[in-house]
Design a protein around this ligand. Structure first.
Ligand code: FMN
Length: 247
């Protein structure tokens, strides 16, 4: 580590240069200088348009190819997800990555058991009507076909080795945000996913042998779409429908 002390050179704080970044201490806590990307307004507009247009192409896909994905891509996607904001920076999430065929098969069997019960009576008529245009049913072959399943667990609290519990804050919101980042990163990598919620999902805790402080949040198959992949022709709400402006 390169560590250059420039104490008292720039201000009253101790400022040092670590890995090319300035660091100072306030009330005993380290701070680093936020380096703004400094985009000019015209470029900012262009970037906001192209990011929107790219994200608007994202779709939930249910027909996957079994084509393999480089593990490093999945690692980077998870790194990105973990940059999401979280209550008191607790990062209360665990991403379980399953590529083992036997485990994927077991997850499919358990998920389909629950989904069959849901479609055969647990879901209301209204719910089934809302799902009808999506063409979903209890069968989930993508759970075995997609090369990776990422199962997001929320960590309701942290468990010390001595059994002491530390609380996490705004766990639901934080993990929802991290999953949003995850889905965006999957799309940016040219891959597809589906936000899947086999309900109830408790079987995932058992199958993946997760500790008692973790609860399954969402299950996302990740990979390439099948060669002949179709998705429902959806309309997204307009800006006027989703925003209210107070000027
Ligand atoms: C919290 C949540 C749970 C979902 N659960 C399922 C699911 O279990 N099965 C499924 O096929 N799609 C599921 N979806 C996907 C939605 O149906 C999909 O996002 C929606 O139809 C909009 O399509 P789009 O993602 O292509 O924009 C879920 C989405 C969300 C956000």
């Amino acid at each position: 580590m390169v560590k250059i002390n420039v104490k008292n050179c720039l201000c009253s704080f101790t400022i040092q240069l670590i890995h090319g970044m300035f660091q100072k201490f306030k009330d005993g806590f380290p701070y680093v200088q936020y380096l703004s990307p400094l985009v000019d307004p015209e470029k900012s507009l262009q970037q906001s348009i192209s990011f929107y247009q790219n994200m608007n192409q994202r779709r939930s896909v249910r027909e996957f190819s079994d084509r393999m994905v480089d593990q490093s891509v999945i690692e980077n996607i998870i790194r990105t997800a973990s940059t999401a904001p979280s209550g008191a920076h607790k990062q209360p999430w665990t991403f379980c990555v399953v590529s083992n065929p036997a485990l994927k098969q077991q997850i499919r069997i358990e998920a389909e058991k629950e989904e069959k019960k849901s479609y055969d009576g647990r879901m209301s008529k209204e719910w089934l009507n809302d799902l009808a245009p999506l063409g979903t049913d209890w069968q989930k072959p993508f759970l075995e076909i997609a090369p990776y399943l990422i199962i997001v667990f929320k960590r309701t609290y942290e468990l010390e080795k001595d059994g002491h519990k530390h609380q996490n804050y705004y766990v639901q919101e934080s993990v929802g945000l991290a999953t949003g980042f995850l889905i965006s990163a999957i799309h940016q990598a040219g891959l597809v996913t589906l936000t899947h919620t086999p309900s109830p999902m408790n079987f995932l805790t058992k199958v993946l042998n997760r500790p008692e402080n973790e609860k399954p949040f969402l299950l996302l198959p990740v990979g390439y779409p099948s060669d002949d992949c179709w998705v429902t022709d959806l309309r997204r709400k307009s800006l006027d429908e989703v925003s209210v402006w107070y000027q």
